[in-house]
Design a protein around this ligand. Structure first.
Ligand SMILES: NC(=O)c1ccc[n+]([C@@H]2O[C@H](COP(=O)([O-])OP(=O)(O)OC[C@H]3O[C@@H](n4cnc5c(N)ncnc54)[C@H](O)[C@@H]3O)[C@@H](O)[C@H]2O)c1
Ligand SMILES: O=P(O)(O)OC[C@@H](O)[C@@H](O)[C@H](O)[C@H](O)CO
Length: 384
């Protein structure tokens, strides 16, 4: 059984590739990083280290890679795969869509078997988005045939994998915890389960709980931590004031999640505490620049800040904390991050007022807009 995985980065090697290999798949990574591709081709294995006291090491064998820039190679790999997964970043999905479409055409022409394509990105509806992008390259006849044999189940993936600083470009250190949840309602009949995946009939509560707790809390620590000059999430979380802000923000999103999905409040509190514990894992060094990366994506209407804030507002909860984190995101000034640079340029050129509306979709006059502006103003005078 062959699994083709797009993106041999931190999550690709440290989580998805590992689980697929443990499930008995021969894993073929597609990546545009030439060093990683050639190392995987030459060695066919790599090591995953768990960031815990005993630093357990897991060997991932039987892997290889293809160059993601070689269109014909990618299309052939898609045509031959039994399973396809991605972890490239939600904004990169559009760049792999054409290759997937060409491979799907080849599969349909050769009468290949059923296929699941699962986007393992931090986004609501990642696989559904990828499907739209792939289908934009297909004609009506192929789309009709693909609908019968190719499924794009949405997923939620959770495992903290920081930037890696090893001499070995394939080595990857990950937190011990992981959760991979897949929408079972979109799976094809008779599917072969992946070991370690939790298949659920309705994904939305799981992806929103993950994104609006793990990722909202994480970016709270990153943006407020960055404002105070901290370089890592661990340093930020060691600051009681920031740890308190993270907890308060997760109480806010927690109230929304409990109201929307009927989660047990005590159980949700335990979920929050467990996540805060994960952020504090001193066996990991996770830079605020990684966790705060792509602030435009993080400030977008369907993501971890604006969406729960507007849901809170609709439920009669003033999202004071989420507005504070959005304001801090507007101060996230990291020149190596193109989205941070664009955001800062927009604030300089158009002013923060127009920038908020442009990137969050929240209009002046909306109560949440006022909360963001108030926090932004008070942060100009003090740190938090
Ligand atoms: N790191 C984490 O803790 C974590 C946890 C859960 C989910 N995620 C999500 O997983 C995704 C990947 O994150 P990451 O941290 O692994 O990032 P990463 O930058 O380490 O990995 C992304 C990989 O994609 C590759 N890539 C870029 N363009 C490509 C293309 N056209 N074809 C093939 N490969 C391409 C890059 O070279 C890189 O190796 C993101 O959506 C992220 O939100 C990350
Ligand atoms: O990957 P992003 O940029 O969406 O978010 C940064 C981190 O919050 C994220 O990568 C987490 O480490 C991960 O989602 C944990 O499961």
């Amino acid at each position: 059984m062959k699994a083709l995985h797009f993106g041999a980065g931190n999550i690709g090697r440290g989580f998805i590739g590992l689980l697929l290999s443990q499930s008995g798949y021969e894993v073929i990574f597609s990546d545009v990083n030439k060093t990683v591709v050639s190392e995987l081709q030459i060695r066919g294995e790599y090591t995953v280290t768990l960031a815990s006291q005993d630093r357990e090491q897991l060997q991932v064998n039987g892997v290889t890679a293809i160059d993601g820039t070689e269109a014909d190679t990618v299309a052939s790999a898609v045509a031959e795969a039994d399973l396809i997964t991605t972890a490239v970043g939600v904004n990169i999905l559009k760049h792999i869509a054409a290759g997937l479409a060409r491979g799907i055409e080849k599969r349909i022409a050769s009468g290949a078997g059923p296929l699941h394509i699962i986007a393992c990105e931090n986004a609501i509806g990642g696989s559904t988005l990828l499907k739209e992008q792939v289908y934009a390259h297909l004609d009506e006849a192929v789309k009709a045939q693909a609908a019968e044999v190719i499924a794009f189940p949405d997923a939620a993936v959770d495992r903290i994998v920081p930037m890696q600083h090893h001499e070995d470009p394939l080595a990857v250190t990950v937190e011990p915890f992981y959760e991979w949840v897949v929408d079972e309602s979109a799976m094809l009949q008779g599917y072969r389960p992946i070991q370690g995946v939790h298949y659920v009939p309705h994904l939305l509560p799981y992806i929103e709980r993950k994104l609006f707790t793990v990722n909202t809390g994480h970016c709270t620590a990153a943006y407020l931590g960055s404002l105070k000059g901290y370089e890592t999430i661990q340093q930020a979380m060691a600051d009681e004031a920031i740890a308190g802000e993270v907890k308060a923000t997760l109480k806010e999103t927690g109230a929304v999640l409990v109201a929307r999905y009927g989660f047990d409040p005590a159980e949700h509190d335990r979920y929050i505490d467990k996540i805060i514990g994960r952020f504090c894992n001193d066996q990991l060094i996770d830079e605020v620049t990684r966790v705060g990366r792509s602030p435009i994506r993080k400030l977008s209407p369907n993501d971890r800040l604006v969406k729960p804030a507007l849901q809170a507002h609709e439920l009669g909860i003033a999202p004071v904390q989420l507005a504070k984190v959005m304001a801090a995101a507007l101060y996230f000034d990291y020149a190596d991050d193109p989205e941070s640079a664009e955001l800062q340029q927009s604030i300089r050129d158009k002013g923060v007022e127009q920038t908020i509306t442009q990137y969050t979709g929240i209009h002046e006059g909306h109560p949440v807009y006022r909360l963001i502006m108030d926090s932004y103003g008070s942060m100009a005078a003090q740190c938090i």
